[in-house]
Structures are given as structure tokens and as C-alpha cells.
Ligand binder design. Structure first.
Ligand code: FMN
Length: 348
């Protein structure tokens, strides 16, 4: 592992980028995950060069469960059990996920210089989303809504699913005054159109894309188990394509997530149109200090190619600006398949 520190990264290149109306010192943001879950590792991320952080999500299921638990508790207290009341736990001693998260936001805001993005994860347009206001009041600079959902119900049409999501975004953007960005799945029939509708509902950004944890079947026990595998760089290509397609079609901030492990994938995302690039798996694998190494490599590449700023780089190979934009869409589909030859010795 490198001994580089951010003070070794002297450059005249302007690495700053604007994301969700926030001016970030560079495009690298550690995304929701285990390393943004406590102040110690968050401080290490900031020291290594992170320009903002996204906290782990508050989940709809957890929030609703906790709200119900508290409602039951208060109801029991109202009924009264005479002297037995003294055995009931005091609500003051109870700390919920929300309380813990709000405490983390406050300590981040006291100790860090970089923006803090709160995250909520859910899909139903209901009361749980009020927690976003708590995150704002605790000091978050922006909110990310993760629409993590597998549309499995055959009775629900695509437009119903999209309408519910839009309703939720509408509620959320009315609830808070800080910018809201939406972490999306790539699985929409017309993603560019859906992104435009998110913009009309007040979203200021989209994050492309969620990684779904896939269930696996154990062939010995015949049981299902969810598998959490970290990403690999090949996954970044789907994101890069869609960032290039979205750039110019929406007036949203664009962030990339999923498979961004080195300066190479990060540069491609920026060329395609990303304003910021999120990192998670590589930080889990290599630790916070890998950020400094990635920044050093990003600077070297920009110096070699004579770029003066990230702004100059951003979107210069988007769909509208690329010399052969059709490659981002269906173009060359047949040619690509025809150009593939089987391994040596395989007869066709
Ligand atoms: C252990 C783990 C926990 C995560 N927790 C969250 C979370 O709470 N909320 C969220 O939106 N994404 C969460 N993610 C997704 C990451 O933020 C990121 O978007 C995803 O892993 C893709 O980026 P990567 O290829 O850099 O890992 C988590 C990922 C991992 C591996």
C-alpha cells in the first residue's frame, strides 16, 4: 500500500466539481457502506482525500418497525399498570437507528470539513420519509434516496411502479430544503424519460446505479441465500454508457456508482458525464488510503493529457459530444457480435 498523503498531491490542475449544488474539492465520494458508518473511518476517508461522504441508509422497514415499537410502548404507558409501571423501560434509554444516525451526522458536522450526505432507502410513499427532515436538521448537506426495489409483482405495471417512485420523490423534495438525489436501478423501460420525470418532481441528481445483491441456490441444502459480493470494474461500463446517454438530456447532477475501482474507470465516468464518482467496494478491499493513490493517478493522467480541470473533462465524451455516439446506443451491435471469434480449436 502507498505511503502517499494528500500533501504529496501538489498540482495546478483544478480538481473541483459541482455536485448537487455543492462545490467539492474533487469528484471522489465514498458511498454508503461499512466505512461511512463510524466517525473514525470517516475521518480516515477525509484525510485520504474524500470530497464528501454518503452515510449508510436508514431503511424504510427499520424506521416503520421502530415507529410501531414506540407507538406500542406509549400505548402501554397510557393504559397504566399502577405500581408495575416502574418496571417498564424508560423511552429515554432507547436509542433507535434514527437516533444513532442523527448522532453520527452531528459528530461528522463537528469534525469534518467535507459535505455529509444522508441516505434513506425505501419505496413506499408514506410517513417513514419524514426522517429526512431530521437528517437535514442534524446538518446533512444533501439527501440521497435509494429506490432499491425488485418489481416482482406481475399485477403491477411498469407505470404504477414509476408513479409510486415519483410520488415518493415528490413527498421527499417537499419535506426538505436541501438537495435530493436518487440512487437508481438501471432496470427501467425508458430510463432517460424517468430521470426527466424525477427532475420535474424536484430531484437535483441521480446516482447510477444500485447493485442488487443476488440470491443464490445452495445445491446441497436446496436453500436460498442472499449473496453479498463486492463489485468488479467490468460493472462500471453499464454505468458509463448511461451517464453518457443521460448527460445533455437532463439537468441533473450525475453520480456514478458500481465497479469504480481505479482512476481508469473514474476518468471514463467523468468523460461520459459524471459530476462525481462513488467508491465502496475498493475502499472495503483496500482501505481509505487507496483514495490518495487514485487521486495521484488521476492527476498524472490529466497532466499527461494536458487537461487543466475536471470541468474541462466532464461530459466531453457524452452521447451528444462523442465522435461516434451511436456506439452508446444500439449502433455497431451486429458488427461487434460478428467480430467475435471462438477460442482456438472450437469449430463453428
Ligand atoms: C457492505 C455494503 C453495504 C452497503 N450499504 C449501503 C447502504 O446502506 N445504502 C446504499 O444506498 N448503498 C449501500 N451499499 C452500496 C454501495 O454504496 C455502492 O453503491 C455499491 O456497492 C456499488 O459501488 P461499488 O462498486 O464501489 O461497491 C452498500 C454496499 C456494500 C458492499
Amino acid at each position: 500500500m502507498t505511503d502517499l498523503t494528500t500533501s504529496d498531491l501538489q498540482t495546478s490542475i483544478d480538481l473541483s466539481t459541482s455536485y448537487l449544488g455543492l462545490i467539492l474539492k474533487n469528484p471522489l465520494i465514498p458511498s454508503s457502506g461499512p466505512l461511512t458508518n463510524n466517525l473514525d473511518s470517516i475521518r480516515q476517508l477525509e484525510d485520504a482525500g474524500a470530497s464528501a461522504i454518503v452515510l449508510p441508509s436508514l431503511f424504510e422497514e427499520e424506521l416503520i418497525h421502530e415507529q410501531e415499537k414506540m407507538a406500542r410502548f406509549l400505548h402501554q404507558q397510557d393504559i397504566g399498570h399502577n405500581e408495575a409501571d416502574t418496571f417498564l423501560p424508560l423511552p429515554d434509554n432507547y436509542t433507535s437507528h434514527l437516533d444513532n444516525m442523527l448522532a453520527l451526522v452531528s459528530s461528522c458536522k463537528q469534525s469534518l470539513d467535507i459535505p455529509v450526505i444522508g441516505s434513506v432507502n425505501g419505496i413506499s410513499p408514506s410517513g417513514w420519509i419524514e426522517c429526512a427532515l431530521d437528517l437535514q436538521q442534524a446538518g446533512c448537506d444533501a439527501i440521497e434516496l435509494n429506490l432499491y426495489s425488485v418489481a416482482a409483482d406481475a399485477k403491477k405495471t411498469g407505470s404504477t411502479v414509476e408513479d409510486e417512485f415519483l410520488q415518493l420523490v415528490d413527498i421527499l423534495t417537499n419535506e426538505v430544503s436541501i438537495p435530493v438525489t436518487v440512487k437508481l436501478s438501471s432496470q427501467f423501460s425508458s430510463l432517460s424519460n424517468f430521470a426527466q420525470q424525477l427532475q420535474h418532481k424536484g430531484a437535483e441528481g441521480v446516482v447510477c446505479f444500485n447493485r442488487f445483491f443476488q440470491p443464490d441456490i445452495n445445491l446441497e441444502t436446496l436453500e436460498l441465500s442472499p449473496i453479498l459480493e463486492l463489485s468488479n470494474p467490468a460493472e462500471s461500463l453499464l454505468r458509463i454508457r448511461w451517464l453518457a446517454l443521460l448527460k445533455g438530456q437532463v439537468e441533473l447532477s450525475l453520480a456514478a456508482t458500481g465497479g469504480f475501482h481505479s482512476h481508469q474507470e473514474i476518468i471514463k465516468a467523468l468523460l461520459a458525464g459524471a459530476d462525481a464518482v462513488y467508491l465502496c467496494s475498493i475502499l472495503i478491499q483496500s482501505g481509505p488510503r487507496v483514495l490518495t493513490e487514485i487521486l495521484a493517478n488521476l492527476i498524472s493522467w490529466m497532466e499527461e493529457k494536458e487537461y487543466n480541470s475536471i470541468e474541462q473533462l466532464k461530459g466531453s465524451l457524452s452521447y451528444h459530444k462523442a465522435a461516434s455516439p451511436s456506439v452508446y446506443a444500439r449502433g455497431n451491435y451486429l458488427e461487434v457480435m460478428d467480430s467475435y471469434s471462438p477460442s482456438r480449436g472450437v469449430k463453428v
